[in-house]
Design a protein around this ligand. Sequence first.
Ligand code: PG9
Length: 612
Amino acid sequence: MAIKTIFIHLLLLLSGTILFAQQDTTADKYKRMEVMIPMRDGVKLHTIIYSPKYPTDKLPFLITRTPYGVSSTRSPEKSDYTKELSSDGYFFVAQDIRGRYLSEGKFEMTRVSRDKKAPKSIDEASDTYDTIDWLLKNIPDNNGKAGIYGISYDGWTSIIAAADPHPALKAASEQATPSDMFMNDDFHHNGAFRLSYGFEYSVLTEAAKTDSLYDFGEYDTYDWYLRLGPLSNINKMYAHSSLPTWNNFIAHPNYDAFWQKQALAYRLDYPRIPIQHVGGWWDEEDMVGPQDVYRRLEKRDSSNRNFIVMGPWLHGQWANGTGKSLGNIKFDDQPTATYFREQIQAKWFAWYLKGKGDGKFAEAISFQTGSNQWKTYTAWPPKESVTKNIYFHANGKLSFEKPTAAETKAYDSYVSDPAKPVPYRVRPIEETYGTNSRWYYWLTDNQRFVDNRPDVVQWQTDTLTEDVTITGNVLAKLFASTSGTDADWVVKLIDVYPKFYKKELKMSGYELMISSDIFRARFRNSFSKPEPLIPGKVEAYAIDLHGADHVFKKGHRIMVQVQSTWFPIYDRNPQKFVPNIYEAKESDYQTATQKIYHSAKFASCIELPVNK
Ligand code: PG9
């Protein structure tokens, strides 16, 4: 250890800042130090720092900030996520954010921006700023640069740090950040409430300072949530108003200032530093966040600092293992996650923090599913893609031809019953983060499990005679009516494998969701001011199904399914308009007859970004 380092460690030990410095006894190339770093308001944040034992050069910091506890952070060379980076040499810094695990202060879910006029005010950006300031001054042999990275909540802390960066922060890799908790990520999609996730995540982070699971007392939580009845029973029977995030769901049923101020659209102006957005095509939690933030920042990226990487992954899958498959889906033996870590993430930080490499990064890198190939694009969505509508028809047909039928009879109809909601995935529906939970890969479940339910309608093409490639954004344009005064519309775009799939027999007829989402009809005119529907009136809905890069192969078929419940990931819509669904009564929940139109006038379709 250099004399300067010993001296500084001694000072830190005496000041009580260092909690623990590892004895230099192992064969690891990194040594560990545990410190409490003071923030501007006096709160101290618990931080682990791994430094190379034998640095050959001055090194940058790579920081991650998390609510999930850093004490168990392993030496960077022992974790898949950082192994490749570790061989390059960085100071790896992992910090418990305010109020979580061993950090002082109060946790606040996706804390809003501070009031900059108050000098001691704090937010996650100022906490990152103060951390970097401290590191630069107290960790010797640094090169004066820092990068920040992380997945999901840690991706969100990364992008927030980049929104208001310390001058030494030179690059951020936000991975699966949420961007808007009302519109498209963990807690709601288009205003529809993510019940099981919202409740279980509130318990996870707010029942204690460390992660907690709710004890449901049964494995299949579908039954538990159905027995729950109206949402108000969560506080009445279980949470007793003890979970701030749950209480906020009830207090803010619409897209009001509470949600708007948290949204990244409100907090980001232009890319102030280079930012890499990383997401998964089957991310069950924050699939939209990286796509949404990339798109917004791209509009004001005059210095070419904004980049996107999308892979065939579930939430954070790129951090571990090889990424050769996901659920039942295989990627022709390609180690997609390893490729990301070695060829994309490591090169990104090596360039921006050390000047190593050629600094040439593609604007958009995507693992195209179906063809199972990495692709690069000069823009996202690529300019070459052209919009083509694929239309719903009578007798369950789907085709590129526009329907010609008269509107009065041209619809498919089903009865949606909130007492018998469609399960969102194959039961048993284990607790989200519970033992053996299949939550992580449910978006790749075979949708055949619902295709004979009377409350799911579907349309499909004939067997494709040539490949259909879609690269870009998918949009559902639905013409629908209901006998009720509120409704949910769930739309799924599905790749149907051949009936006899010789390459892998168990995949024969598999119905793989490529894009999907839900829309709560009360918000059709405004997400801030819900309005009742008029029973029987046909309304037009444009439902964003987000990005995809997929080849529907020759021999497959394209299918669309529509339904009005997706339970318990989404709460049941009472189907009768009430001012606040979180306060609905049991008697408000009613059956409704839904009609999806496919006439010349009301030509429901999916807008596909077809790429030759
Ligand atoms: N999806 C999780 C989350 C991020 C931000 C806020 C709330 C939840 C996560 O995996 O961290």
